[in-house]
Design a protein around this ligand. Structure first.
Ligand code: RP5
Length: 161
């Protein structure tokens, strides 16, 4: 099956953070592709990817970057697909630089920004986007959320023993 979600990042050094997005998608059997597309080092390649994403069948893009993290916003400017931005924390500033670079988009070009390092939630948000028109995915998400509740109740019970 063709990939439905693109998981892209500014550098291969972002992968240890970004792989959690892929894991979340895999848990829901959502096909995805991964790639490195740098807004600064490979700008034309990034724009070509964004411009062709919808026609290739992608339905959402998860884009992670750190520091001067322009990749999610630039990709969003060149596609009509929903873009989820993941601020990748680097050595300095605890990822605040990445977060602010991604979250402060001008009106008209939205990027759904998750928390610093929040690649798993980015994957889950992409699943929710797909689930809006997929009843099977909706029921998988319901079961997943029920499992979270069960897990908390079990931990609560263990604490009280
Ligand atoms: C950003 O610069 C990338 O997304 C990465 O987080 C950061 C550092 O990249 P490398 O120097 O590790 O390749 O564009």
């Amino acid at each position: 099956m063709a990939p439905q979600v693109g998981v892209i990042m500014g550098s291969d050094s972002d992968w240890p953070v970004m792989e959690a997005a892929g894991q979340a998608l895999a848990e829901f059997d959502v096909e995805y592709e991964v790639g490195v597309y740098s807004a600064h080092r490979t700008p034309q390649r990034m724009l070509d990817y964004a411009a062709s994403a919808a026609s290739r069948g992608l339905r959402a893009i998860i884009a992670g970057a750190g520091g001067a993290a322009h990749l999610p916003g630039m990709v969003a400017s060149a596609t009509v697909l929903p873009v989820i931005g993941v601020p990748v924390p680097l050595k300095y500033l605890d990822g605040l630089d990445s977060l602010l670079s991604i979250v402060q988009m001008p009106a008209g070009i939205p990027v759904a920004t998750v928390s610093v390092g929040g690649a798993r939630n980015a994957g889950l948000l992409a699943v929710r986007i797909l689930a809006a028109s997929d009843l099977q995915l909706q029921s998988k998400l319901s079961a997943f959320q029920a499992s979270l509740e069960t897990m908390v109740l079990e931990k609560d019970a263990a604490l009280r023993e």
